[in-house]
Design a binder for this molecule. Structure first.
Ligand code: 13P
Length: 255
């Protein structure tokens, strides 16, 4: 089970310090880690290193993901950040193809595929986001959208597997209409995504399925089904450390 806090373009060093202070008050992090529950924070680029130092000094078993990276290896790409730089900072993995990157920064399916290849070749754990807009859902074209977004990435993953790269890939179903809207998908929607991924791409993809979109402490239990949902990608609710603790308690509470 994987939980990811996507902080998006939020937080400052002070805010991160208070956030980690609040998480440090919880004594079950090591217990959860030992049960195979992995928690990642995804801060903006400038805070990756600071966050790493803070987590280490507090001995918190929490990983770090970047929110994006460049598809190119290195060179004259002003404003970009390479996979090698993320690796150099001790980052564990990277969110790729988030709908906000597709929507506001023109990120294409093929760019997401390139980035996934690059991440895998450098040993970064890729979390690939996909999901339909409300219009696409209304038009009944969800499954085409899922296949169009996941397909080119999966081809690259298959190639990486043939080259002996075994790093897992996670696939975050984040319907655009559910992101930051307070409207979540229901478990039946996620089951349909899971079935579709299994049919088109096989068990490996289905077994890495995460869900994101207005997950909070009220909705999370109803979205959880063993064998279908392998984790959550959370924006708004995970800006609040109290909410992180409430969600962990709901999902894994028993001591
Ligand atoms: P919200 O949890 O704010 O809907 O954001 C979801 C998301 O985009 C996570 O990547």
């Amino acid at each position: 089970m994987l939980l990811i806090a996507n902080w998006k373009m939020n937080m400052t060093r002070n805010a991160i310090t208070s956030y980690l202070d609040a998480l440090s008050g919880e004594d079950r992090w090591a217990v959860w880690r030992d049960r195979g529950i992995r928690f990642f924070l995804a801060p903006p680029y400038p805070y990756l290193e600071f966050l790493g130092d803070q987590l280490r000094s507090r001995n918190l078993p929490i990983g770090i993901l970047a929110q994006n990276m460049c598809a190119f290896e290195k060179g004259a790409y002003t404003g970009e950040v390479s996979a090698a730089m993320l690796k150099d900072l001790g980052v564990d993995g990277v969110l790729l193809g988030h709908s906000e990157r597709r929507q506001y920064f023109g990120e294409t399916d093929s760019a997401v595929a390139e980035k996934t290849s690059r991440a895998l070749s450098l040993g970064l754990l890729p979390v690939v986001c996909f999901g339909e807009t409300w219009e696409e859902r209304e038009a009944g074209s969800c499954s085409e959208v899922w296949t169009r977004q996941v397909g080119p990435v999966w081809e690259r993953v298959v190639k990486a597997r043939s080259e002996g790269i075994g790093i897992p890939v996670y696939w975050a179903y984040e319907p655009v209409w559910a992101i930051g809207t307070g409207r979540t998908a229901v478990l039946d929607d996620i089951r349909e995504v899971s079935r579709h991924l299994r049919k088109d791409f096989g068990e490996e993809v289905a077994s890495g399925l995460l869900y994101g979109g207005s997950v909070n402490d009220d909705s999370v239990s109803g979205l959880c089904e063993k064998g279908t949902v392998h984790g959550f990608l959370v924006g708004t609710a995970f800006l609040e450390p109290k909410c992180v603790l409430r969600i962990f308690d709901r999902l894994f509470g028993s001591r």
